[in-house]
Design a protein around this ligand. Structure first.
Ligand SMILES: [Zn+2]
Length: 321
Protein backbone atom coordinates (compact mmCIF):
# COMPACT_ATOMS: atom_id res chain seq x y z
CA UNK A 1 0.00 0.00 0.00
CA UNK A 2 1.12 3.52 -0.73
CA UNK A 3 2.40 5.11 2.46
CA UNK A 4 1.46 8.80 2.59
CA UNK A 5 4.51 10.98 2.95
CA UNK A 6 4.61 14.01 5.26
CA UNK A 7 4.85 16.35 2.28
CA UNK A 8 1.52 15.13 0.95
CA UNK A 9 -0.29 16.49 3.97
CA UNK A 10 1.59 19.75 4.19
CA UNK A 11 0.06 23.05 3.37
CA UNK A 12 1.36 26.35 2.10
CA UNK A 13 -0.52 28.95 0.11
CA UNK A 14 1.82 31.04 -2.01
CA UNK A 15 0.82 34.57 -3.00
CA UNK A 16 1.90 36.57 -6.02
CA UNK A 17 0.93 40.25 -6.32
CA UNK A 18 -0.79 40.98 -9.63
CA UNK A 19 1.43 44.01 -10.32
CA UNK A 20 4.58 42.01 -9.61
CA UNK A 21 7.75 43.07 -7.83
CA UNK A 22 10.64 45.47 -8.29
CA UNK A 23 13.98 46.17 -6.67
CA UNK A 24 14.40 49.47 -4.86
CA UNK A 25 17.11 50.85 -2.69
CA UNK A 26 15.58 53.22 -0.15
CA UNK A 27 18.05 55.92 0.90
CA UNK A 28 20.53 54.72 3.49
CA UNK A 29 19.46 51.09 3.36
CA UNK A 30 20.21 47.93 1.49
CA UNK A 31 18.30 46.89 -1.66
CA UNK A 32 14.83 45.46 -1.25
CA UNK A 33 12.65 43.42 -3.55
CA UNK A 34 9.29 45.11 -3.04
CA UNK A 35 5.78 44.65 -4.23
CA UNK A 36 5.04 47.19 -6.96
CA UNK A 37 2.54 49.77 -5.82
CA UNK A 38 -1.11 49.39 -6.68
CA UNK A 39 -1.48 45.63 -6.46
CA UNK A 40 -5.03 44.78 -5.54
CA UNK A 41 -5.19 41.09 -6.25
CA UNK A 42 -2.98 38.15 -5.41
CA UNK A 43 -2.69 34.96 -7.37
CA UNK A 44 -2.56 32.05 -4.93
CA UNK A 45 -1.01 28.66 -5.53
CA UNK A 46 0.19 25.64 -3.55
CA UNK A 47 3.89 25.09 -4.22
CA UNK A 48 4.04 21.85 -2.21
CA UNK A 49 1.41 20.36 -4.50
CA UNK A 50 1.88 22.25 -7.77
CA UNK A 51 5.66 22.82 -7.72
CA UNK A 52 7.32 20.04 -5.70
CA UNK A 53 10.63 20.68 -7.52
CA UNK A 54 10.57 24.45 -6.90
CA UNK A 55 13.68 24.28 -4.68
CA UNK A 56 15.70 22.88 -7.58
CA UNK A 57 14.49 25.70 -9.84
CA UNK A 58 15.45 28.19 -7.13
CA UNK A 59 18.92 26.64 -6.77
CA UNK A 60 19.52 27.20 -10.48
CA UNK A 61 18.78 30.94 -10.39
CA UNK A 62 21.62 33.20 -11.36
CA UNK A 63 22.31 35.68 -8.57
CA UNK A 64 21.14 38.66 -10.62
CA UNK A 65 18.46 41.21 -9.92
CA UNK A 66 16.62 40.22 -13.11
CA UNK A 67 16.54 36.53 -12.21
CA UNK A 68 15.19 37.07 -8.71
CA UNK A 69 12.57 39.57 -9.93
CA UNK A 70 11.38 37.05 -12.54
CA UNK A 71 11.20 34.30 -9.94
CA UNK A 72 9.24 36.53 -7.53
CA UNK A 73 6.85 37.52 -10.33
CA UNK A 74 6.05 33.83 -10.76
CA UNK A 75 6.15 32.57 -7.17
CA UNK A 76 6.10 35.58 -4.83
CA UNK A 77 8.40 36.78 -2.07
CA UNK A 78 10.64 34.51 0.02
CA UNK A 79 9.80 36.05 3.37
CA UNK A 80 7.68 39.11 2.63
CA UNK A 81 8.33 40.71 5.98
CA UNK A 82 7.84 44.14 4.62
CA UNK A 83 9.65 47.41 4.43
CA UNK A 84 8.14 50.66 5.77
CA UNK A 85 7.73 53.26 3.09
CA UNK A 86 6.68 56.85 3.51
CA UNK A 87 3.76 57.91 1.37
CA UNK A 88 2.46 61.38 0.57
CA UNK A 89 4.04 64.81 0.80
CA UNK A 90 6.14 66.31 3.59
CA UNK A 91 3.20 68.00 5.25
CA UNK A 92 0.80 65.13 4.82
CA UNK A 93 2.54 61.80 4.99
CA UNK A 94 1.80 58.37 6.29
CA UNK A 95 3.93 55.30 6.75
CA UNK A 96 2.83 52.08 5.20
CA UNK A 97 4.44 48.70 5.05
CA UNK A 98 5.12 47.36 1.61
CA UNK A 99 5.70 43.62 1.48
CA UNK A 100 9.32 42.99 0.55
CA UNK A 101 12.52 40.99 1.03
CA UNK A 102 16.09 42.25 1.44
CA UNK A 103 17.78 41.35 -1.85
CA UNK A 104 20.74 39.97 0.09
CA UNK A 105 18.55 37.19 1.51
CA UNK A 106 17.79 36.07 -2.02
CA UNK A 107 21.45 36.03 -3.03
CA UNK A 108 22.50 34.20 0.14
CA UNK A 109 19.81 31.55 -0.07
CA UNK A 110 20.40 30.95 -3.79
CA UNK A 111 24.14 30.51 -3.14
CA UNK A 112 23.51 28.13 -0.24
CA UNK A 113 21.01 25.97 -2.04
CA UNK A 114 23.12 25.94 -5.21
CA UNK A 115 26.21 24.79 -3.28
CA UNK A 116 24.26 22.25 -1.26
CA UNK A 117 22.59 20.81 -4.38
CA UNK A 118 26.00 20.47 -6.03
CA UNK A 119 27.50 18.84 -2.94
CA UNK A 120 24.56 16.47 -2.63
CA UNK A 121 24.67 15.47 -6.30
CA UNK A 122 28.38 14.69 -5.92
CA UNK A 123 27.54 12.72 -2.80
CA UNK A 124 24.91 10.67 -4.65
CA UNK A 125 27.47 9.96 -7.39
CA UNK A 126 30.04 9.14 -4.68
CA UNK A 127 32.31 11.62 -6.46
CA UNK A 128 35.00 11.98 -3.80
CA UNK A 129 37.30 13.93 -6.08
CA UNK A 130 34.74 16.71 -6.57
CA UNK A 131 33.86 16.70 -2.86
CA UNK A 132 37.51 17.10 -1.94
CA UNK A 133 37.18 20.75 -3.06
CA UNK A 134 35.00 21.34 -0.01
CA UNK A 135 35.96 18.69 2.52
CA UNK A 136 39.28 17.34 3.77
CA UNK A 137 40.79 15.81 6.88
CA UNK A 138 43.44 17.65 8.88
CA UNK A 139 44.91 16.40 12.17
CA UNK A 140 42.03 14.02 12.74
CA UNK A 141 39.41 16.74 12.15
CA UNK A 142 37.23 17.21 9.09
CA UNK A 143 37.39 20.67 7.51
CA UNK A 144 34.31 22.00 5.71
CA UNK A 145 35.56 24.78 3.48
CA UNK A 146 33.35 27.86 3.77
CA UNK A 147 31.94 29.30 0.59
CA UNK A 148 32.84 32.88 -0.17
CA UNK A 149 31.01 34.89 -2.73
CA UNK A 150 30.67 38.50 -3.73
CA UNK A 151 27.36 39.51 -5.20
CA UNK A 152 26.90 41.85 -8.12
CA UNK A 153 25.98 45.34 -6.99
CA UNK A 154 26.75 44.54 -3.39
CA UNK A 155 30.16 44.86 -1.82
CA UNK A 156 29.59 42.63 1.18
CA UNK A 157 31.25 39.30 0.53
CA UNK A 158 29.17 36.51 1.93
CA UNK A 159 30.90 33.72 3.75
CA UNK A 160 29.15 30.44 4.41
CA UNK A 161 28.98 29.79 8.12
CA UNK A 162 31.75 27.35 9.01
CA UNK A 163 30.00 24.16 10.09
CA UNK A 164 33.25 22.23 10.68
CA UNK A 165 32.92 22.25 14.47
CA UNK A 166 29.32 20.97 14.45
CA UNK A 167 30.23 18.23 11.97
CA UNK A 168 33.25 17.13 14.06
CA UNK A 169 31.09 17.06 17.20
CA UNK A 170 28.61 14.74 15.51
CA UNK A 171 31.41 12.57 14.12
CA UNK A 172 32.75 12.19 17.66
CA UNK A 173 29.56 10.48 18.89
CA UNK A 174 30.94 7.00 19.77
CA UNK A 175 28.48 5.00 17.64
CA UNK A 176 29.25 7.23 14.66
CA UNK A 177 32.99 7.40 15.31
CA UNK A 178 33.14 3.59 15.37
CA UNK A 179 31.88 3.52 11.77
CA UNK A 180 34.19 6.10 10.21
CA UNK A 181 36.61 4.69 7.70
CA UNK A 182 39.86 6.64 8.08
CA UNK A 183 40.19 9.29 5.37
CA UNK A 184 36.63 8.84 4.13
CA UNK A 185 34.74 12.04 3.42
CA UNK A 186 31.35 10.62 2.41
CA UNK A 187 30.00 10.24 5.93
CA UNK A 188 31.24 13.73 6.94
CA UNK A 189 29.56 15.16 3.81
CA UNK A 190 26.29 13.49 4.74
CA UNK A 191 26.53 14.93 8.25
CA UNK A 192 27.47 18.34 6.86
CA UNK A 193 24.38 18.43 4.63
CA UNK A 194 22.21 17.31 7.53
CA UNK A 195 23.68 20.05 9.75
CA UNK A 196 23.13 22.81 7.20
CA UNK A 197 19.59 21.68 6.39
CA UNK A 198 18.72 21.62 10.09
CA UNK A 199 20.21 25.07 10.52
CA UNK A 200 17.98 26.32 7.69
CA UNK A 201 14.92 24.58 9.12
CA UNK A 202 15.50 26.37 12.41
CA UNK A 203 15.76 29.73 10.65
CA UNK A 204 12.86 29.08 8.27
CA UNK A 205 10.67 26.56 10.05
CA UNK A 206 7.64 24.57 9.08
CA UNK A 207 5.16 24.17 11.91
CA UNK A 208 4.89 20.47 12.79
CA UNK A 209 1.36 19.21 13.28
CA UNK A 210 -0.63 16.04 12.78
CA UNK A 211 -3.62 15.41 10.59
CA UNK A 212 -6.04 12.64 9.81
CA UNK A 213 -5.27 10.88 6.57
CA UNK A 214 -8.50 10.46 4.61
CA UNK A 215 -7.27 7.15 3.16
CA UNK A 216 -7.56 4.76 6.08
CA UNK A 217 -8.33 7.45 8.66
CA UNK A 218 -4.94 7.13 10.31
CA UNK A 219 -3.15 9.99 12.01
CA UNK A 220 -0.25 11.32 9.95
CA UNK A 221 2.35 14.07 10.19
CA UNK A 222 1.68 17.43 8.58
CA UNK A 223 3.89 20.46 8.17
CA UNK A 224 2.95 24.06 7.65
CA UNK A 225 5.86 26.12 6.30
CA UNK A 226 5.93 29.70 7.45
CA UNK A 227 6.87 31.35 4.19
CA UNK A 228 8.13 30.50 0.69
CA UNK A 229 11.70 30.19 1.95
CA UNK A 230 10.50 27.63 4.52
CA UNK A 231 8.81 25.76 1.66
CA UNK A 232 12.06 25.64 -0.34
CA UNK A 233 14.15 24.29 2.54
CA UNK A 234 11.37 21.91 3.54
CA UNK A 235 11.33 20.55 -0.02
CA UNK A 236 15.11 20.33 0.01
CA UNK A 237 15.04 18.35 3.27
CA UNK A 238 12.57 15.88 1.70
CA UNK A 239 14.83 15.61 -1.34
CA UNK A 240 17.88 14.82 0.77
CA UNK A 241 16.13 12.07 2.73
CA UNK A 242 14.85 10.57 -0.51
CA UNK A 243 11.15 11.28 -0.06
CA UNK A 244 11.08 13.70 -2.95
CA UNK A 245 12.74 12.83 -6.24
CA UNK A 246 13.45 15.38 -8.93
CA UNK A 247 14.84 15.14 -12.43
CA UNK A 248 15.11 17.42 -15.46
CA UNK A 249 11.89 17.34 -17.52
CA UNK A 250 12.64 15.49 -20.76
CA UNK A 251 10.68 18.08 -22.73
CA UNK A 252 11.60 21.51 -21.35
CA UNK A 253 14.67 20.69 -19.24
CA UNK A 254 13.14 22.35 -16.16
CA UNK A 255 12.95 20.41 -12.90
CA UNK A 256 10.09 18.05 -12.28
CA UNK A 257 9.18 15.66 -9.50
CA UNK A 258 9.00 12.03 -10.45
CA UNK A 259 7.80 8.96 -8.67
CA UNK A 260 9.41 5.59 -9.22
CA UNK A 261 7.98 3.67 -12.13
CA UNK A 262 6.46 6.73 -13.81
CA UNK A 263 7.18 6.40 -17.52
CA UNK A 264 7.31 10.02 -18.62
CA UNK A 265 9.61 12.28 -16.62
CA UNK A 266 7.97 15.54 -17.65
CA UNK A 267 5.61 18.23 -16.39
CA UNK A 268 1.98 17.29 -17.14
CA UNK A 269 1.67 20.26 -19.54
CA UNK A 270 4.96 19.38 -21.27
CA UNK A 271 3.89 15.77 -21.51
CA UNK A 272 0.63 16.85 -23.23
CA UNK A 273 2.47 19.07 -25.70
CA UNK A 274 4.86 16.19 -26.37
CA UNK A 275 1.99 13.77 -27.11
CA UNK A 276 0.22 16.24 -29.39
CA UNK A 277 3.37 16.95 -31.40
CA UNK A 278 4.22 13.25 -31.53
CA UNK A 279 0.90 12.28 -33.04
CA UNK A 280 1.17 15.20 -35.50
CA UNK A 281 4.59 14.22 -36.88
CA UNK A 282 4.01 10.46 -36.66
CA UNK A 283 2.77 9.92 -40.26
CA UNK A 284 5.73 11.88 -41.66
CA UNK A 285 8.23 10.01 -39.49
CA UNK A 286 6.83 6.67 -40.66
CA UNK A 287 6.79 7.77 -44.32
CA UNK A 288 10.41 9.03 -44.22
CA UNK A 289 11.48 5.90 -42.37
CA UNK A 290 9.81 3.74 -45.05
CA UNK A 291 11.70 5.76 -47.68
CA UNK A 292 14.90 4.60 -46.01
CA UNK A 293 15.86 7.86 -44.25
CA UNK A 294 18.00 7.63 -41.11
CA UNK A 295 16.85 8.87 -37.71
CA UNK A 296 19.15 11.90 -38.01
CA UNK A 297 17.78 12.75 -41.46
CA UNK A 298 14.19 12.44 -40.25
CA UNK A 299 14.92 14.56 -37.17
CA UNK A 300 16.46 17.27 -39.34
CA UNK A 301 13.79 17.16 -42.06
CA UNK A 302 10.93 17.53 -39.58
CA UNK A 303 12.76 19.83 -37.16
CA UNK A 304 11.77 17.35 -34.50
CA UNK A 305 13.22 16.08 -31.24
CA UNK A 306 15.42 13.06 -31.87
CA UNK A 307 14.01 11.25 -28.82
CA UNK A 308 10.49 11.78 -30.17
CA UNK A 309 11.45 10.28 -33.54
CA UNK A 310 13.01 7.31 -31.76
CA UNK A 311 9.90 6.84 -29.60
CA UNK A 312 7.69 6.78 -32.71
CA UNK A 313 9.91 4.31 -34.55
CA UNK A 314 10.27 1.98 -31.58
CA UNK A 315 6.51 1.79 -31.15
CA UNK A 316 6.01 1.40 -34.88
CA UNK A 317 8.65 -1.34 -35.17
CA UNK A 318 7.13 -3.14 -32.21
CA UNK A 319 3.78 -3.05 -33.90
CA UNK A 320 4.81 -3.91 -37.44
CA UNK A 321 7.52 -6.48 -36.82
ZN1 LIG B 1 8.66 20.55 -18.68
Amino acid sequence: MHEPKPIEHSIFMGQVADNGYQIQTPAGTTSYLLEKPGSTKYKTYEPLVENPALFAEFAELEPTKEAITDFANKYGLLIGKGYPVVKGSKSNFSTAVTPGDPVLIWFNEIAHMKALMTIWRHYLEQNKEALAQWFYWENGQIKCVPLTKTYPGDNSPYAWHDFSQSVNNLLAIPKVAAQIIPGDILLPVKIFVMTVVNDKLVQYPALAQITINVNGLILAPKFQPKNLLSVLWFQFSRYVIGELKVTPCIVCGGWVEFTDGKKMKAHPACSNRWRVKKSRIRPDVLRLHAEGKTVSEITLALNADRRMVLQILEVANGRFN
